[in-house]
Design a binder for this molecule. Structure first.
Ligand SMILES: [Fe+2]
Length: 255
């Protein structure tokens, strides 16, 4: 397995357990949890399943979410951690973001702070397109040359299905990591997502898997995906994707 590009400063290491690295847990900042009660409801359910922490990755896209940026996400995450500590809930949260790629991304971020996962060098990104846009690869290369580790969120959900397998090989060449969504195991994200997630999991092409949690009402389906993943690929593979990989790759911990 690859190692973390740099060790982020995460403070006291979390206790043993699963870490979710892609989550819309922060209340009221995007289409994820709408208030603190929803966030706490999700966390209580995750704790029961062995999760001990979450990297909070609200959508970062100025056109839809004007105030979502690195500084604010850090502050909101600090507030969330305070709430958890005050309530005596043993759960850790770290700041992050799910950055939307767009044509002028490089111009936009040239002089702005790029939100990273847990303050390290990993950058979680997504985009949507029916055909692979020509500006995507240069953005990944730009991030790589600046010492960032790009992670493409849920590539199995992209609609450019005919070229997708080949594009993912290109991503590996550039050094982009892939993060799959457990929910795609359920078929609810469509035929191709269902197909690709199984194919790429079997071929061990994902670096990380995540819940991409939004609101409590959609959590069951996401957790069904975890169960299916375990049934098909085994408990060891599930632990690798939810314990070992997030700790080592994102938090910079030994395992
Ligand atoms: Fe997401």
């Amino acid at each position: 397995m690859s190692t973390a590009p740099t060790s982020p400063n995460i403070g006291t290491p979390p206790p043993p357990g699963r870490i979710d690295i892609h989550s819309h847990l922060l209340p009221g900042v995007d289409d994820g949890c709408q208030d603190v009660d929803e966030s706490l409801e999700c966390i209580h359910r995750l704790i029961k399943l062995g999760y001990v922490g979450t990297v909070c990755t609200p959508h970062i896209w100025h056109e839809a979410y004007a105030i979502n940026n690195a500084v604010n996400v850090r502050e909101w995450t600090r507030t969330m951690q305070q709430t958890l500590d005050n309530e005596g809930i043993p759960y850790r949260v770290w700041p992050g973001g799910e950055l939307r790629l767009f044509e002028k991304f490089i111009d936009y971020y040239k002089d702005r702070e790029i939100p990273t996962l847990a303050g390290g060098r990993c950058v979680l990104v997504d985009f949507w397109a029916d055909r692979w846009p020509k500006w995507v690869n240069p953005i990944f290369q730009w991030l790589r040359t600046r010492g960032y580790q790009p992670i493409l969120a849920h590539p199995e959900r992209l609609k450019c299905t005919k070229e997708l397998d080949e594009r993912m090989r290109e991503m590996a060449t550039i050094g982009v990591w892939l993060q799959g969504n457990f929910q795609c195991m359920t078929g609810q994200e469509g035929f191709h997502a269902d197909l690709f997630i199984r194919q790429w999991s079997k071929q061990r092409r994902y670096n990380l898997m995540s819940l991409d949690m939004h609101r409590p009402e959609s959590l069951d389906a996401r957790l069904d995906g975890v169960q299916l993943f375990e049934q098909e690929f085994g408990a060891e593979m599930l632990d690798l994707m939810t314990i070992t990989a997030p700790r080592r790759l994102i938090l910079g911990l030994p395992s």
